[in-house]
Design a protein around this ligand. Structure first.
Ligand SMILES: Nc1ncnc2c1ncn2[C@@H]1O[C@H](COP(=O)(O)OP(=O)(O)OP(=O)(O)O)[C@@H](O)[C@H]1O
Ligand SMILES: [Mg+2]
Length: 352
């Protein structure tokens, strides 16, 4: 419930706690739009966080604090997100109502549908569209397993941070897209955010959100296969993936290795696409917008494009955002921007 006297925050900070790295983004609201006030990325030890499961709590806290000390030491409140198994989303119609009556109707419908017990989840909903002629409204329900949400909130509290909002990766990706691009109503679009353990897919149809799916695969498999095939340590493997060791490993062999390591992910995407096409009664997805670190892994975007046979664009979540390139230190913002999609989407949320 929004209280009328509460002011909208002028600057919102977000932490995208990923399995391979933590991303920090703070966005100021200006009359003309958003301006980047701070940003930073810090890698996590490879086993500290696996598929949203916190394995080494101290390492995660240590790295969150390290990242904040480095790029925005005065931050106290951060918006965060979860994804994967902890989240379910559903879309349904209820009779048009407002206020607490609407909430009750949505809760009732949710109870009939959710595979989780309503007592075990935290829920949020958005009204996607209203159909006045039929007196119905289309509602998007987002339910997150309370246990997982609490684990993150407790961790952030121990890192000295408050968390005004917990969102999901998929909706953050959607938000980042909508503030930077015009959504073409004639083009069925898939936003694909390739992470380390989770890949979020968001489908847009008729100019609005249609559905989302999280696939349990991403860059970790590629990392492991490269490490094994080329017999490299963690640091060297990361360098190969970031393209910093050109010439050290054979180009063709690297392409073949990545292509075959990505097989599980590509198959997962194919299944998600065909499921979507049946559900949405559509023949084709016209366009893919790729984000996440996976958009930067060599040969991966072309593998996605050829497997799904859909044209691809690499997302630039900083497209409509004003920023000082010096904020990024040695990193080149246009090169790493796709990694910031979730962080930007979270920091662009309205927070009261
Ligand atoms: N600059 C880069 N160049 C090439 N690959 C990169 C780059 N940055 C990240 N990656 C790779 O992209 C993959 C996904 O990175 P990303 O930061 O999106 O995942 P994450 O958010 O940490 O994980 P998850 O969302 O699954 O929890 C990783 O395998 C990482 O090695
Ligand atoms: Mg991620």
């Amino acid at each position: 419930m929004r209280l009328p006297f509460r002011r909208r925050a002028k600057s919102v900070a977000a932490l995208d706690i990923g399995a391979s790295s933590i991303k920090y983004v703070r966005l100021d609201r200006r009359a003309e739009g958003f301006a980047l006030a701070a940003a930073g990325i810090r890698e996590l030890p490879i086993e500290a966080l696996v598929s949203d499961e916190i394995k080494d709590r101290d390492a995660v806290i240590f790295n969150i604090q390290g990242l904040l000390d480095q790029c925005d030491p005065r931050t106290t409140d951060v918006v965060v997100s979860i994804s994967g198994h902890g989240v379910i989303t559903d879309k349904f119609e209820v009779d048009q109502k407002s206020g607490s009556e609407a909430e009750q109707a949505i809760l009732f419908e949710a109870e009939q549908r959710s595979p989780f017990d309503v007592d075990d989840v935290s829920m949020d909903y958005h009204v996607l569209r209203t159909d006045d002629a039929r007196g119905k409204m289309e509602v998007l329900l987002v339910a997150a397993r309370r246990e997982i949400v609490m684990e993150y909130l407790n961790l952030l509290r121990d890192a000295g941070l408050r968390t005004p909002v917990v969102d999901t990766d998929a909706f953050a990706v959607l938000n980042a897209y909508s503030i930077n691009y015009d959504i073409d109503p004639d083009r069925v679009t898939a936003l694909i955010n390739i992470g380390f353990d989770t890949t979020n897919v968001v489908f847009l149809k008729d100019g609005i959100y249609h559905s989302t799916r999280d696939i349990s695969s991403g860059g970790r498999v590629i990392y492991e296969v490269i490490q094994r095939e080329f017999r490299l340590n963690q640091e060297m493997t990361m360098k190969v993936i970031r393209g910093e060791l050109e010439g050290t490993v054979d180009h063709d062999m690297l392409r073949a290795t990545i292509r075959s390591a990505a097989d599980e992910l590509l198959t997962g995407l194919e299944v998600a696409f065909s499921y979507f096409k049946t559900l949405a009664k559509t023949d084709a997805v016209d366009w893919i917008v790729l984000s996440g670190g996976g958009a930067l892994i060599p040969f991966l975007p072309e593998s996605v494009q050829s497997k799904l046979n859909v044209p691809i664009e690499i997302a630039n979540p900083l497209r409509n955002i004003e920023y000082d390139p010096d904020l990024f230190g040695e990193l080149e913002p246009e090169k790493i921007a796709p990694v910031l999609a979730v962080g930007v989407g979270l920091a662009a949320r309205e927070v009261y």
